[in-house]
Design a protein around this ligand. Structure first.
Ligand code: KG4
Ligand code: ZN
Length: 332
């Protein structure tokens, strides 16, 4: 079955095509309009999705060498995400499904992130634990079987990527902050500043990053402008290390608790080289396999929605044309 997956939950407009074996196309248009505001502006995101969604679908068909009549199923993200942005993808998906007389399935965006690992590692089978770390989400999920998910922990305030973005904005590094902070951190000392790590209650797999963000803000406020400029690499490296420490230790603890020997990562923060290295090191110490997808599959993309959609159709799931956006949709 050839499935077209549409992803418009945040600021990436994307279409991917998956046939159950190969990812035939994965076209992502990242909206640049938000950069000047230092974060995603929901109303502008919806408008940009409207402008980009049809060209992105056409480009995915061209990349796959297919015509629209070759598509046999439509998968679309229906949550979690921005209501107006989700609505654009849903409206287009419903219109296409109706016009082509093909089935439609609504996909949870977080399930898509989990499937990005299957696209990157076709032999990947549950059980495993996955860390989903992005601008909108930070969760640890136990995957018992495909389609059977248990959220073990989630952030109680900011997402890890959001913390990178807010600290990036504070340090005037532009948006998104993650890549710029990683780059600066390479020439800094990760032990230079003792920023706090919120491990929360004993045994908790939840996260909290707002205290860390405030600690960086206070450090910057208490230093003069010259010191801040000269210590930017140390601030970036020390902040990044604090985020990575908590993400790594909680994910390893969750995998140990679940009795699995495999853990995977997804979401934009999983592109971070320091996180990858530390997770791989700690995983090796614990005798666990650690996997992650390519950077393009880590960040939001339609390919992961097409892959999750393919599995959803195989399970016999179908959505009707009443499918609506669910901005705060949960995974389990
Ligand atoms: O998955 P994604 O594209 O979109 C969301 O669903 O949010 O993730 C974007 C997030 C942003 O917060 C960005 O700062 C972060 O991922 N990010 C990174 C890196 N690359 C992207 N964070 C840390 N290090 C990176 N190299
Ligand atoms: Zn995402």
């Amino acid at each position: 079955m050839i499935v077209l997956g549409l992803e418009t939950s945040c600021d990436d407009t994307s279409a991917g095509i998956y046939d159950g074996r190969d990812l035939l196309a994965n076209v992502v248009s990242t909206q640049l309009v938000h950069r000047q505001f230092g974060g995603v502006v929901p109303e502008l995101a919806s408008r940009a999705h409207i402008q980009l969604v049809l060209p992105v679908i056409q480009e995915s068909l061209r990349e796959a060498g297919l015509s629209v009549s070759d598509i046999e199923g439509l998968a679309v993200t229906y949550g979690p995400g921005l209501a107006g942005s989700l609505l654009v993808g849903l409206s287009v998906a419903k219109g296409l499904a109706l016009a082509l007389n093909i089935p439609l399935t609504g996909i949870n965006h977080l399930e898509g992130h989990i499937w990005s690992n299957r696209l990157a590692h076709p032999d990947l089978e549950p059980p495993f634990v996955v860390l989903i770390a992005s601008g909108g989400h930070t969760q640890i999920v136990f995957v018992r079987q495909w389609g059977q998910y248990t959220v073990m922990g989630r952030t109680r305030d900011d997402a890890s990527g959001e913390a990178f973005d807010k600290v990036g904005k504070l340090l005037e590094l532009g948006y998104p902050g993650g890549p710029a902070i990683e780059k600066l951190a390479r020439s800094g000392d990760a032990c230079a500043i003792a920023f706090p790590r919120a491990f929360l209650e004993e045994g908790s797999f939840d996260f909290s990053f707002s205290g860390l963000k405030t600690a960086v803000l206070n450090w910057v406020r208490n230093a003069d402008a010259e010191t801040v400029q000269s210590r930017l690499p140390d601030i970036a490296a020390s902040f990044q290390e604090a985020v990575v420490d908590v993400l790594v230790e909680k994910t390893i603890a969750a995998a140990r608790y679940s009795g699995v020997s495999r853990l995977v990562m997804a979401g934009g923060v999983a592109v971070n080289g320091r996180l990858r290295n530390r997770m791989a090191e700690r995983g090796a110490e614990e005798g666990m396999d650690v996997l992650w997808p390519t950077p393009q599959l880590c960040t939001d993309n339609g390919g992961m929605i097409a892959a999750a959609g393919h599995a959803s159709f195989a399970r016999g799931d179908r959505s009707d044309l009443m499918l609506s956006p669910v901005p705060s949709l949960n995974l389990s």
